[in-house]
Design a protein around this ligand. Structure first.
Ligand code: ADP
Length: 483
C-alpha cells in the first residue's frame, strides 16, 4: 500500500507532544511492514531543511484558499527509516512562534496544509491507497476528499482515515470561516460540521472519513459517553463503522536505555548499574543531593490541567514528608509553572523544576528517575508511561484511557503488575498510590524485580501497526494494491 500521513508535527522535525512521536514512529513501523509511507507536514519555525538534507523542488505550487493564493515551497527527503517526507513551506502561514497558535487565521493555516497536501498528492503522479490524518489540524483532508475539493485519479481510490489523538482539541470557529475554508454551507447542519452554531473542523472530518480511530481501546470507549465525549459523543456513537481504539507504541530504537548516548551510562535488565549512574548524574544536574536510596519521582509533561499537575502540587507537602525527591520537566500554564517554582524554592533539597521542553533532557529524566507520576484527568493513550517503562521507571497513573490499558496495579503478593494505579481524580488517592510506590521501593529486592519486569515489556509498534494495516485494508485502502 501507499500510505500518506498528513500531520502538524513529526519527530525528528518538530514536536509539541506525543502526536509528533506517533507520526514519526508509526510511519517507520509501516515501512518496516514493507509498505510505502509518505508524510506531509508543514515547515514550522525551527525546522532547518539543510539539517535534514531535504531538497527543495525547483517549482513551488500555488494553492488558493481564503481568497488568497499561497505560494508553497516543497522540500523533500527520505528518512533513514525509509519514510518519505514532504515538508511544505509558507513562511507567512506556517512559521509562527509556536506550531499551534490562537491567531485569528488558525483555521486557515491548517486548512491550507490540508489543501496543499492534497494538491501535492494529486499532481505527484503516484496513486495513494490511504490518506491518514491526525487530529483536527488535518481533519479537512477527509472532508476535501469526500467533497471533491481536490480530486485526481491518484486520489480516487484513497481511503481516508482520521485519528483522534486528543478529543479536547476540535478546531471550533465562528461560521464566518465556512466560506474561506471552502466548505459547503449546506453541510452546516447537525449531521454535518455544525456544532452548537459554530463550525467544528474535527467534526467535518469525523463525518466524512472512511475510518475513525483513536489511540487506545479504553479511550475509544470513554469518548462515546457524555462525560468524556467533549460534546461529540453522539457524533462518535453514530459513526457507522464506530471508533477503533489502537494503542500507540514507542520508537524502541530512539528510546532504548541499552544504546541511548544521551545518558550518563547505558543499561538493560541484566545489569542495572547504569541506571544508578543515570540517577546520580540527574541528581547532580538538578542540584539535588546525590542519594542513591532516596526514591526520585519524575514528572515529564505539558503543564496543562489534563495532566493533573495540580493534584501533585496539592499533595506535594505531604509527600515530601517522606524521604523522596521530585523532578519536574515541563512547560505550560503559568499558574502551574509558578506553583512548581514555589514548591522548588520551598524544598530546594527535595524538588527540582526544569521549565523547558527539551528532548535530550527528557531521556535523562526517564532514565534517572525511579518513578514517573502521571495523574492525568484523561489520557487518550499517553506515551510518557510507555517510555518510562522502557527505561525501567515505574509509572504512577490514574486509571483512565491509555493509562488504564497499559498500567496494571502492582500486586505485591502475586508479584504481578507494572505500576501504581489510582482511580478517582483525587489528590489523596494520588498520594496513596505514590506512597505505595515508595513502600515498594524500600524493599530493594521487590523493586529490582519490578524494574526488570518493566525493562522486558514490549512497548513497540509491532502489534498496533498490524492493526492499522488491517483497518486500512478493511476501509478499502488496498483495493488497488498489486495482486
Ligand atoms: P501529550 O501528547 O498529551 O503531550 P504523551 O504522553 O502522549 O502526552 O506524549 C508526550 C511526549 O512529549 C513524550 O514524548 C514526552 O517525553 C514529551 N515531553 C513532554 N514534556 C516534555 C518536556 N518538557 N521536554 C521534552 N519532552 C517532553
Amino acid at each position: 500500500m501507499h500510505v500518506v500521513f498528513v500531520a502538524a508535527e513529526m519527530v525528528p522535525f518538530s514536536k509539541a507532544g506525543g502526536l509528533a512521536d506517533v507520526v514519526g514512529s508509526l510511519s517507520a513501523a509501516l515501512v518496516r511492514a514493507r509498505h510505502k509511507v509518505t508524510v506531509v507536514l508543514p515547515l514550522v519555525a525551527g525546522i532547518d531543511p539543510e539539517a535534514f538534507s531535504l531538497a527543495r523542488r525547483l517549482l513551488p505550487v500555488e494553492v488558493a484558499l481564503g481568497g488568497k493564493t499561497h505560494r508553497i515551497e516543497i522540500f523533500e527527503g527520505r528518512l533513514a527509516s525509509g519514510v518519505e517526507v514532504r515538508v511544505l513551506r509558507n513562511e507567512e502561514m506556517f512559521e509562527r512562534d509556536a506550531i499551534y497558535t490562537d491567531d485569528a487565521d488558525e483555521p486557515l493555516r491548517w486548512g491550507l496544509l490540508c489543501k496543499a497536501a492534497l494538491f501535492l498528492l494529486a499532481h505527484d503522479g503516484e496513486a495513494v491507497d490511504v490518506v491518514h490524518s491526525h487530529d483536527w489540524h488535518t481533519a479537512l483532508i477527509p472532508y476535501y476528499l469526500a467533497h471533491g475539493v481536490v480530486s485526481s485519479p491518484n486520489l480516487e481510490a484513497a481511503a481516508s482515515i482520521l485519528t483522534i489523538h486528543n478529543l479536547h482539541h476540535q478546531g471550533v470557529f465562528g461560521s464566518e470561516m465556512i466560506d474561506p475554508l471552502e466548505l459547503d454551507r449546506s453541510r452546516f447542519v447537525p449531521e454535518g460540521f455544525e456544532f452548537y452554531g459554530k463550525l467544528n473542523v474535527l467534526k467535518a472530518g469525523l463525518v466524512t472519513a472512511d475510518g475513525v480511530t483513536t489511540v487506545s481501546p479504553a479511550y475509544a470507549r470513554e469518548i462515546l459517553e457524555p462525560e468524556m465525549g467533549v460534546g461529540l459523543d453522539g457524533v462518535l456513537r453514530a459513526l457507522p463503522e464506530g471508533v477503533a481504539g489502537i494503542l500507540n507504541g514507542v520508537d524502541v530504537d530512539v528510546w532504548d536505555p541499552s544504546t541511548d548516548m544521551r545518558l550518563e551510562a547505558r543499561y538493560d535488565a541484566s545489569d542495572l548499574s547504569g541506571k544508578a549512574a543515570c540517577k546520580r548524574s540527574l541528581q547532580e544536574d538538578l542540584g539535588l543531593p546525590e542519594r542513591e536510596r532516596t526514591p526520585l519521582v519524575g514528572l515529564i509533561a505539558r503543564l496543562v490541567p489534563q495532566k493533573g499537575v495540580d493534584l501533585l502540587l496539592s499533595i506535594a507537602p505531604r509527600l515530601l514528608r517522606s524521604d523522596v525527591q521530585l523532578a519536574v520537566l515541563g512547560t505550560g500554564d503559568q499558574g502551574l509553572e509558578s506553583g512548581l517554582e514555589r514548591l522548588a524554592s520551598r524544598y530546594p533539597d527535595k524538588v527540582a523544576f526544569h521549565k523547558v521542553f527539551e528532548e535530550r533532557l527528557s531521556h535523562r529524566f526517564y532514565a534517572g528517575c525511579d518513578l514517573l507520576a502521571m495523574p492525568s484527568r484523561f489520557e487518550p493513550c499517553g506515551l510518557s508511561q510507555l517510555i518510562a517503562m522502557r527505561y525501567g521507571t515505574v509509572p504512577v497513573v490514574r486509571h483512565t484511557g491509555g493509562l488504564a490499558d497499559t498500567v496494571v496495579d502492582l500486586d505485591r503478593d502475586l508479584e504481578t503488575g507494572n505500576g501504581f494505579v489510582f482511580g478517582r481524580i483525587d489528590a489523596v488517592e494520588l498520594l496513596g498510590a505514590l506512597l505505595r510506590g515508595l513502600a515498594s521501593y524500600s524493599s530493594e529486592q521487590e523493586w529490582t524485580g519490578l524494574v526488570r519486569r518493566l525493562l522486558g515489556t514490549d512497548v513497540s509498534w509491532d502489534r498496533s501497526a498490524r492493526r492499522y494495516l488491517a483497518l486500512y485494508q478493511a476501509r478499502g485502502g488496498a483495493t488497488r494494491a498489486a495482486p
